[in-house]
Design a protein around this ligand. Structure first.
Ligand code: SF4
Ligand code: SF4
Length: 691
């Protein structure tokens, strides 16, 4: 009776405290900006079951993935036993379910999982503290995060061990026929401990059994109230977090609707009255409260596993950026803001900000927006959207980024390209070639089937102009009904958007959409994966809806239809490795098209160690192409080129103008220009084409 009252009081206290702790977290998440996410519920449920319940992303890295699943499954299943413990605690019974058939088999089954939890936790401790796996010891993983992880692992081992001691002592008491200890039958795993306890007197055994029982249940209650202060809150938040995760392609960046009307006014599409009554507190994010609630939920869901940081090209090459730190800083800061709002003045809260006090500009400018981090995260956290919001603040409210990046964006604004070329020179690449323009076709009353989108690099970068020309030759050879915009094309705005200058992006996008829609363009082909991504995924937000193919997809289709005869022997015996462009691969899940094009050529294709979804970025995305790299041990392009050269390849094949610049520079840096070449897949097709 007394023990039941004590149990019920502890249970009530646990529930009250847990409710209070969780309420604080919910309140802090709600400090974020509003965001409505209610689209495509079936896909959201599906994803939640696959990723959060089914742990599908964990097994990408098999060793730690399987160990984690052992802890996860064990924790859930062993806690089913909690149901019996709770009933016993409240009703004062002992092993309430022991009368059900195969009770001992069920308990043995729970013990199996308890054992797997102990095994996995021991391995985790060894990996963290003995082997010292690198991702657990980066600069943000000191003091509390390091201690927290060990507290959790040791607590889980102790809780599970208590179960075994309780069951073994109970079994000995059962065999001795002690009152209240009804026979459950042999319990398999704790059965091995029975001989250890068999010489102890009944009183000691009852003490061990009762202590094991109370230790386990009180331990679970304490653990429950510790979790909200720990990274382990992900055991609850991972489900809603995955449910509300971004469904669009990883490289899609949300439109800033707050700016759209301003841009329309600037372009004369809307009158001044459209923005007259609109008051925007702040563009982008300077502090945690400026982020939306989903980003704050992301921060609370972070398990601090460091998988994102381990694959981040910036971090790998010694730069300050760590996507895990971005999430930890965001959580620490919103907790601080929430704390100040409850107990102290708002003024004290404003003494610090997320950008500046926690995250430095150097960190956010190191990001290549490659999305290796979002791809890796087991709980579908979107680290890049926080980085983007901080960059947007820098561009829209402060001085922007580095001088060279600012200059590139000014050029886009003034000349429609990131370099200082006149828009009138946009067709110089086509000198000597037959290239129809949309205007000339329209004048003849024709509507071409395809628009070939050249992109700024395709029009102005000396090396990539050669790729554009080769692709046009292939289009002409195939007698494809196409045309280009010529001087009516302008920069897609991809670089401006990734840098954070949403104003320039939307201006460029709206200008291009007006031209494309004016020509009633339906199908587009492009050689540039960045423009491919922007036009495919981001232009629809501003009224541009087109069917767009990357040149690799177009070539794949032509080859499949038998329209290209690729038998020329030029590439025979050549070893070719393919570098996946992030904006084609991870961004838009296209890994096979470029590979099937290469497989149709006479050479031999070899894979790099990191390829497809695990491919390392070339280092040029997210505006990096137009700025100095942030301080680090190495440049990203050197790391990637070294990996390509390690395959023993003769050719590094690329399918992106930025990747081409980076790989070519990498080959030069390694003094391998004589024996290793870099070609776009279009050039390789052109070399192999027999006409
Ligand atoms: S997008 Fe790439 S560079 Fe940026 S934080 Fe993620 S992994 Fe690092
Ligand atoms: S953001 Fe995701 S991958 Fe990175 S540490 Fe947190 S949980 Fe792990």
């Amino acid at each position: 009776m007394i023990s039941s009252i004590i149990f019920i009081l502890i249970l009530i206290l646990t529930i009250v405290l847990f409710y209070k702790n969780v309420s604080v977290i919910v309140k802090n998440i709600n400090l974020g900006k509003d965001l409505i996410i209610n689209d495509n519920k079936p896909e959201r449920w599906n994803r939640m079951f696959r990723v959060a319940v089914g742990q599908s992303k964990m097994v990408k890295r098999p060793v730690s993935g399987i160990l984690h699943i052992m802890v996860y499954a064990g924790f859930i299943l062993v806690n089913i036993e909690m149901l019996e413990i709770m009933i016993d605690g409240v009703a004062g019974t002992h092993r309430f379910f022991s009368g059900i058939p195969f009770y001992n088999v069920l308990i043995s089954f729970f013990e199996l999982f308890a054992l797997s939890v102990i095994f996995a936790c021991v391995i985790f401790i060894i990996r963290r503290d003995v082997i010292r796996v690198k991702r657990f010891h980066t600069r943000e993983m000191t003091r509390w995060p390091l201690i927290d992880a060990n507290i959790i692992l040791i607590t889980e081992i102790l809780l599970m061990s208590a179960l075994f001691c309780m069951n073994a002592a109970d079994r000995v008491l059962q065999l001795r026929g002690v009152e209240h200890y009804m026979d459950t039958g042999h319990i398999f795993f704790s059965g091995f401990l029975v001989p250890l306890f068999s010489n102890l007197p009944d009183t000691s055994l009852i003490l061990i059994e009762k202590t094991g029982w109370w230790f386990h249940i009180v331990g679970v209650f304490v653990f429950l109230n510790y979790i909200p202060y720990s990274k382990h809150f992900h055991v609850f938040l991972s489900f809603p977090n995955v449910f509300y995760a971004k469904l669009k392609p990883a490289t899609y960046i949300t439109n800033m609707d707050a700016i759209t009307n301003e841009v329309k006014v600037a372009m004369g599409v809307l009158g001044e009255e459209a923005v007259a009554d609109v008051e925007i507190e702040r563009f982008g994010a300077k502090d945690a409260k400026d982020l939306n609630w989903k980003s704050l939920m992301d921060a609370y869901t972070c398990t601090e596993c460091g998988r994102c940081t381990a694959v981040c090209p910036a971090n790998i090459t010694g730069k300050l950026l760590s996507p895990r730190k971005i999430m930890m800083d965001t959580r620490d800061r919103i907790e601080e803001v929430g704390h100040h709002m409850v107990g102290m003045s708002i003024k004290a809260d404003e003494a610090q900000t997320l950008l500046g006090s926690y995250i430095t500009p150097e960190e956010i400018w190191a990001c290549t927006t490659c999305n290796a981090c979002t791809n890796e995260c087991p709980v579908d956290i979107d680290q890049v959207s926080i980085i983007m919001e901080l960059r947007r603040y820098m561009y829209l409210e402060e001085a922007g980024g580095s001088g060279t990046l600012n200059a590139a964006i000014t050029n886009i604004e003034n000349n429609g390209a990131p370099w200082q070329f006149s828009p009138e020179d946009r067709m110089l690449w086509a000198e000597g070639l037959e290239v129809p323009t949309m205007a000339s076709q329209l004048a003849q009353g024709k509507t071409p089937e395809y628009l070939f989108w050249i992109g700024s690099a395709g029009a102005f970068d000396d090396r990539y102009k050669k790729v554009t020309r080769e692709f046009v030759k292939i289009l002409n050879h195939l007698k494809v009904d196409y045309a280009v915009l010529g001087t009516e094309e302008s920069d897609s705005g991809d670089i401006a958007r990734r840098a954070g200058n949403e104003m320039v992006f939307q201006m460029q996008a709206m200008m291009n959409i007006e031209v494309l829609n004016g020509y009633e363009v339906k199908k587009i082909i492009t050689c540039d994966p960045h423009d491919f991504n922007t036009i495919k995924n981001e232009y629809p937000d501003l009224g541009g809806n087109y069917e767009i193919a990357h040149h690799s997809q177009f070539l794949q289709q032509m080859i499949a239809e038998g329209k290209l005869n690729l038998n020329s022997g030029e590439l025979k015996d050549k070893k070719i490795t393919f570098h996946d462009p992030c904006y084609l691969g991870r961004g838009n899940k296209e890994y096979e098209a470029p590979r099937s094009v290469l497989d149709a050529l006479p050479g031999n294709r070899v894979e790099m160690k990191r390829s497809k979804q695990f491919a390392l970025c070339c280092g040029a995305g997210g505006g990096q192409m137009f700025k100095e790299a942030e301080k680090g041990d190495k440049e990203v392009f050197i790391e990637r080129t070294e990996e390509a050269l390690a395959t023993g390849c003769d050719i590094i094949a690329t399918a992106c103008p930025f990747c081409m610049t980076m790989m070519t520079d990498g080959i030069k840096y390694q003094n391998r220009e004589e024996d290793v070449k870099n070609y776009d897949i279009v050039e390789l097709v052109a070399m192999s084409l027999t006409i």
